[in-house]
Design a protein around this ligand. Structure first.
Ligand SMILES: Cc1cc2nc3c(=O)[nH]c(=O)nc-3n(C[C@H](O)[C@H](O)[C@H](O)COP(=O)(O)OP(=O)(O)OC[C@H]3O[C@@H](n4cnc5c(N)ncnc54)[C@H](O)[C@@H]3O)c2cc1C
Length: 394
């Protein structure tokens, strides 16, 4: 009757807690490849990278919690194979472990480039980059996505010269569209970042060589060019995989005894009517309760709207909702875009599908209500800060 969790991040630790909270009192094993207790990653590119928070603040539970809840922790150990016929997983120690139910919470791994670059995924990576920033006078960052921009902000705050190299015409273009991408470009340029857009990296070594022949001098190169879901186990076991382990709304894979949650899962979203994979903290925090319910045979489904946040310099923001790829340019702004105090709404067929509040707080619930209403909004009222968000639907 053993339940096994493959993976040792936030989703894994939350799944262990949810199983116990929901009454599962049988044997529970969590197998995590990293040698650390499961921890949260957002601080690794923000306060922890900046040396403003302590290491013991990142852990999901302390070591005692796993003992108290009888969770058999296998750290520094990998699940190397799922033997579905035998209902067993094979560990890197050679041990075979029987499972009644198995949760895949293997997360994601940075995409890599040829050459000598640093990547940021683990606490060890964050410490290495922090040390590099302490000794460098100039770094090059490849990729102006969330991680690249957060590291750029940390580097500038550490007094390091920063060049950010981005292939698209704006930072965050695919998520935010060009108008808001350009606002993030302004933010970083105002803080002294040498942001080069529309450039192609040709080679890394002693800095970065660009396709146009330019050489960007740097003491270190840090790349943040996205992640790949860690689907190897699932694919090798013959589970359905398509940019993530495919799961239904209850987070069950194509095998009724195997489930997936967090960055690795591509789940059917009942509200959006599509499979989506969300690489964000709130998803890894909240999906496990549903996965645990499904593992215990309950009729559950995950229908929370995607949510994430970032902090860069004095900008704090939250983003709620989901914009289909290629649909990020129909935006209505409420507030002061230049002053970076506003809410942006993305619309499709006049309906709000996502909202981002920048240095404006306590509006996430209203944004969720607008999205869930799935009713056309009046654009003028949406843009007018004098009209309460509860009164903008047409
Ligand atoms: C630097 C950084 C900053 C971030 N900031 C934000 C933010 O500001 N806001 C936000 O919303 N999100 C942020 N995120 C994203 C967020 O951290 C992820 O969505 C979250 O970590 C996903 O959790 P997870 O448990 O699904 O996967 P992971 O955190 O990737 O954990 C998976 C774990 O499983 C282990 N594993 C993999 N394969 C195996 C195997 N076969 N056997 C055993 N163990 C295995 C891995 O080593 C890893 O420890 C950030 C991510 C990073 C890296």
């Amino acid at each position: 009757m053993t339940y096994v969790i493959a993976g040792g991040g936030l989703a894994a630790a939350k799944a262990a807690a949810a199983l116990r909270e929901q009454g599962y009192d049988g044997p529970l094993v969590l197998v995590g490849a990293e040698p650390h207790l499961p921890y949260e990653r957002p601080p690794l590119s923000k306060s922890y990278l900046q040396g403003k928070s302590e290491r013991d603040k990142i852990f999901v539970h302390d070591a005692g919690w796993y003992d108290e809840h009888h969770v058999d922790l296998r750290l520094g150990v990998e699940v190397t194979e799922i033997d579905r016929a035998a209902h067993e997983v094979v560990l890197s120690t050679g041990e075979r472990l029987g499972y009644a139910k198995l949760l895949l919470a293997t997360g994601a791994t940075p995409r890599r480039l040829p050459g000598d670059a640093l990547y940021l995924r683990s606490v060890d990576d964050s410490e290495r980059i922090r040390d590099v920033l302490a000794g460098a006078s100039r770094v090059a960052i490849i990729g102006a996505g969330w991680i690249g921009l957060e590291v750029a902000a940390a580097a500038r705050l550490a007094g390091v010269e920063v060049t950010v190299l981005e292939a698209d015409s704006q930072p965050l273009l695919r998520v935010l569209g060009s108008r808001l991408g350009s606002s993030f470009a302004d933010l970083h340029r105002e803080h002294g970042v040498d942001l080069r857009l529309g450039v192609k990296v040709e080679a890394i070594g002693g800095g970065v060589r660009l396709a146009d022949g330019t050489h960007v001098q740097a003491d270190a190169v840090i790349a943040g060019i996205g992640v790949r879901p860690d689907t190897r186990l699932a694919a090798a076991a013959g589970l359905e995989v398509d940019d993530g382990v495919l799961v239904d709304a209850s987070l069950r894979t194509s095998d009724p005894d195997i489930f997936a949650a967090g960055d690795v899962a591509r789940a059917h979203h009942p509200l959006l009517g599509a499979h989506i994979r969300v690489e964000h903290w709130a998803n890894a925090l909240n999906q496990p309760a549903v996965a645990a319910g499904a593992m215990l045979g309950r009729d559950v489904s995950y229908d929370r709207l995607p949510y994430f946040y970032t902090d860069q310099y004095d900008l704090g923001m939250e983003y709620t909702g989901y914009v289909r790829p290629g649909h990020a340019d129909d935006v209505v702004i409420r507030g002061d875009l230049a002053g970076r105090e506003y809410i942006a709404f993305w619309l499709e067929d006049d309906k709000v599908v996502a909202g981002m509040n920048v240095n404006v707080w306590d509006v996430t619930d209203d944004i969720k209500t607008l999205i869930r209403a799935a009713t056309p909004a009046d654009r003028a009222r949406l843009a007018d800060p004098a009209v309460p968000l509860t009164e903008v639907l047409a």
